[in-house]
Design a protein around this ligand. Sequence first.
Ligand SMILES: [Zn+2]
Ligand SMILES: [Zn+2]
Length: 356
Amino acid sequence: MSSAAVMLGAYLPGDSTTQLKQVPVPAPGHGEVLLRMKASTICGSDIRCIYHQHLGKGPEGYQGVVAGHEPSGEIVRAGPGCRRFGVGDRVIVYHISGCGLCNDCRRGYMISCTSARYRRAYGWQRDGGMADFLLAEEKDLIWLPPELSFTDGAQVACGFGTVYEGLEKIGIGGNDAVLITGLGPVGLATGALCRKLGARKIIGIDVVMERINLARDLGLCDEVLLSGPDNVADVLRLTGGAGVERAVDCSAHDGARATAIRATRKWGRIVFLGEGGRVEFNPSPDIIHDQKTIFGSWVTSTWRMEELVERLVAWKLHPADLVTNRFPLDRVSEAYTLMAGGKCGKVAVCFDEELT
Ligand SMILES: [Zn+2]
Ligand SMILES: [Zn+2]
């Protein structure tokens, strides 16, 4: 591949449209690799913060780069100084490249990197996966075992990794009934992981009928409820009057968050994964007197992502099963439109063998 080679890359101008441009194929420098992209899934945050309009400001904002922060591909070139990965390796990209040296980076949580100068997320402040090739730093790579497809891997990069982290924080076991508020891709991933972690009953709530049907048809929820004013009473009824042991909010909706809190039983744990919005609850009756704990959880760490990959193989769980629609890069605009409409599972832009 000559340095003059060009590729297609997709950009998000912020008016609910996409733009495809021809750009040069980047060349990997020291400690960097060039990936041939294989799968790049769309995240809810791409829609919420970039596609409709650019919400983030300053260094946290979208910097007009190639979109896509859930990339998975194969290394086709490795720059000098790479220590672990090389040409031919299949990898997932942890989607925030941190400085590597601050306390958060040293913990593996590059999502929380405190370096304003060096923290750059793929698809936000540096080029992401919606292109034929992606330049990545070797330290951001997670090895993708042969049992998993690239589309499995792309989903680990953000969605499944984020859910796994949240579930590890609250702990899920065989005694637990789990409530999932919001059955978009993150909620569906929650159902899939709770099954493998042994949850005894999984209850899901959403406002979109297509998502409710998908959760039921994929067997990810034992009970599904249409969002409404009786949801707390419904969940209590489905759990012998006591409520669920664990609740996971994937909706970011104020009413659904309050339901997650109130439908959780005494000593229960709630984790908020959905971003943005508000919630209103009454601390004494809703959490203090019932000894409940609310956790916040943001993405995951590189080591926990590696752990998740290992467990996915052991569980024979394929995140790609949640992908309802695959598009080639030249139809990327349809992919974002569909995802923004919400009447689907996960939407992926795929390349080569991952497209079929
Ligand atoms: Zn994401
Ligand atoms: Zn850092």
